[in-house]
Design a protein around this ligand. Structure first.
Ligand SMILES: NC(=O)c1ccc[n+]([C@@H]2O[C@H](COP(=O)([O-])OP(=O)(O)OC[C@H]3O[C@@H](n4cnc5c(N)ncnc54)[C@H](OP(=O)(O)O)[C@@H]3O)[C@@H](O)[C@H]2O)c1
Length: 248
């Protein structure tokens, strides 16, 4: 496959996301994950979306209005036994796309390596770096051989672009995520799947906060179109929502 990202992305606009995909979104209860699920459903795809716990979430509202196109599953990405149980429940299923969106920000956004409590640091690393890659490792064989595995990273994971600091621990978790996926990609270099680390931009969600310049509708439709445009482009890429390559 010789298409570059730019060629593939330019050939497909947001309105051309193909229908009839089978999609698994991990971390779909609300925010960007729920919006990704809603976007695929709107284009005629079937979605399995995961939540934590038993509380009703926006994903439940989507499922109630989606005419059977949304199935709700459960997993906490920091709980290996829950990942294994999800894998067992989904055994025999096949997905065109696995998209791991789950992530958290710091309750102490200004904390540095010197000041952040050990527990807060560990929780962020488990949730943003280790958990998502463990999900990929456990669920990879549910993804079609020429399908796509995407993880929500962040532009803040770019080491090259970190010239101003800020959000230091969050940045570190996304850089660690990117690095773990580089190693995963190296181990799976002979496989045809597209592997994507996506940066959605700064978006108004619970995590992004009210001051973010982008609404969900500014970020997710182009991001989904970019993910779909990469289908069949084997290997790992770190891309923004418009398909621009980000520096590691
Ligand atoms: N918003 C932005 O500006 C922005 C920018 C760059 C990257 N991102 C990334 O985009 C992703 C989604 O962020 P968002 O803005 O949509 O945040 P959000 O509205 O706070 O949603 C976070 C999602 O992650 C789930 N989650 C958190 N911890 C989890 C765990 N241990 N196991 C399973 N699911 C878990 C949450 O589930 P619960 O409902 O159960 O808590 C929720 O569905 C994150 O990875 C974030 O780092 C966001």
């Amino acid at each position: 496959m010789s298409l570059t990202c730019e060629e593939a992305c330019l050939s497909q606009s947001a309105s051309e996301v193909p229908a009839n995909r089978s999609v698994l979104v991990v971390g779909a209860s609300r925010g960007l994950g729920e919006a990704i699920a809603a976007t695929y459903v709107a284009h005629g795809s079937r979605v399995v979306g995961t939540v934590r716990g038993d509380a009703r979430t926006p994903l439940h509202d989507l499922a109630a209005s989606a005419g059977g196109m949304v199935e709700i599953e459960h997993v906490d990405v920091t709980a290996p036994e829950e990942i294994d149980a999800l894998r067992a429940r989904l055994s025999g299923r096949r997905f065109d796309l696995l998209f791991v969106v789950a992530g958290i920000s710091s309750a102490l956004p200004d904390a540095t390596a010197a000041s952040i409590p050990d527990g807060a640091f560990a929780q962020m690393m488990f949730t943003n770096a280790l958990g998502p890659v463990r999900v990929v490792e456990a669920l990879q064989d549910l993804v079609e051989p020429a399908g796509t595995i995407a993880i929500m990273s962040s532009g803040q994971g770019s080491i090259t672009n970190n010239t101003r600091g800020g959000f230091e621990v969050y940045r570190a978790t996304k850089s660690a995520l990117n690095q773990l996926m580089r190693s995963y990609a190296a181990r799976h270099a002979r496989e045809d799947r597209a592997l994507l680390l996506m940066a959605p931009g700064w978006v108004r969600t619970e995590l992004g906060g009210a001051d973010a310049p982008l609404g969900i509708d500014d970020s997710i439709p182009p991001l989904v179109a970019t993910v779909d445009a990469q289908r069949g482009v084997r290997g790992l890429q770190y891309l923004d929502r418009d398909g621009k390559v980000l520096p590691w």
